[in-house]
Design a protein around this ligand. Structure first.
Ligand SMILES: *[C@@H]1O[C@H](CO)[C@@H](O)[C@H](O)[C@H]1NC(C)=O
Ligand SMILES: *[C@@H]1O[C@H](CO)[C@@H](O)[C@H](O)[C@H]1NC(C)=O
Ligand SMILES: *[C@@H]1O[C@H](CO)[C@@H](O)[C@H](O)[C@H]1NC(C)=O
Ligand SMILES: *[C@@H]1O[C@H](CO)[C@@H](O)[C@H](O)[C@H]1NC(C)=O
Ligand SMILES: [Zn+2]
Length: 284
């Protein structure tokens, strides 16, 4: 009994901490980077390819979950995946960008600045392959609304919900994975490349007029501000043990798809600026 109780306490503690370090699941990160890839200038694409590890097979998207998969080895980077807020639908760098012990700049916005500066600096002391993989991952993370969710519930991680009456999960994971997986199943033949195609097509249709404005916003505080606002909507109507299904899914899906598109467009703009000193978007 005592052992079971101890195990339970340990599991709860692990659950409370673990999710805060993740953002979009593997699919979300893959899509952000795959979309970015299509908007890189030839100069930026060549620079990216030169920095990629062999395991990427020349594809940025292949290594965009690297900071998540390497987490056990790089525990120090856990606070860099998010920037939780008090729940006032706002992000303030001075107030919110710190680690769990108050370490300044240790949040997703500080990390984007850090790795952008590293890639721009020809004498950077950091490993540039890692800088590229961190930057690409964190630009995705900051676009996931629950990454700027409330500190009190670890960005929705401690809000336990059921997804379509069947899967037990939490609000953070609904936004990381569940909405994407359900969309793939309902609309995209369980095929990630079909979903990516649909989102890319929208960039030439519904979002064509907004796209240049997204790309021009290279100030990551703005991305966190947008996510903090969106997270406030994401909490509406959700309580402990809520069952979320169609109604929630259909209101979340357009937000998820748009955030993935914005993340991709902005990652490309940042990389283009770093590697070609130019913020112009160029579709390839
Ligand atoms: C900046 O990057 C270095 C090298 O990875 C890391 O040690 C440091 O914690 C990072 N700081 C921030 C705010 O991301
Ligand atoms: C840079 O980081 C990558 C990925 O962690 C690693 O494979 C590579 O060996 C590192 N390079 C150096 C010079 O440490
Ligand atoms: C889920 O459970 C609720 C309440 O029991 C019920 O109204 C709803 O129809 C169920 N949904 C599905 C998809 O089975
Ligand atoms: C396309 O854009 C519209 C308007 O923002 C949105 O409702 C829809 O979900 C988007 N579709 C995809 C596949 O991104
Ligand atoms: Zn992450």
């Amino acid at each position: 009994m005592a052992l079971l109780l101890l195990l339970h306490v340990l599991l709860v503690a692990a659950a409370a901490r673990a999710p805060a370090a993740q953002a979009w699941g593997v699919e979300g990160h893959y899509m952000v980077c795959k979309i970015a890839d299509g908007f890189l200038t030839s100069e930026a694409l060549a620079a990216v390819k030169a920095l990629l590890p062999a395991s990427a097979n020349g594809e940025l998207a292949e290594v965009c979950s690297w900071p998540d998969t390497e987490r056990p080895r790089i525990r120090w980077s856990a606070p860099l995946h998010f920037a939780d807020t008090p729940g006032d639908c706002k992000f303030s760098y001075a107030r919110d960008c710190h680690g769990t012990k108050g370490e300044k700049d240790m949040c997703v916005v500080g990390a984007i600045n850090n790795y952008t500066a590293s890639l721009q600096d020809s004498s950077s002391p950091y490993n540039l392959t890692e800088s590229l993989m961190f930057l690409s991952h964190f630009v995705g993370d900051v676009h996931q609304p629950m990454h700027c969710g409330r500190t009190s519930d670890f960005g929705g991680n401690t809000i336990l919900v059921t997804w379509y009456n069947t899967t037990k999960t939490n609000l953070h994971k609904v936004w990381d994975d569940k909405v994407i997986q359900t969309a793939m199943n309902k609309f995209y033949n369980d095929d990630l490349s079909t979903m990516i195609k649909a989102i890319k097509l929208n960039l030439t249709e519904d979002w064509a007029s907004e796209e240049n404005e997204w790309a021009a916003t290279t100030y990551p505080d703005k991305y966190a501000q947008e996510s903090a606002e969106l997270s406030c909507d994401a909490y509406v109507g959700v309580e402990q043990q809520s069952n979320l299904e169609d109604e929630y899914f259909f209101s979340a899906l357009p937000v998820v798809q748009k955030r993935i598109a914005q993340g991709g467009v902005r990652l490309a703009a940042i990389l283009n600026r770093i590697f070609s000193g130019n913020i112009r978007l160029q579709s390839s």
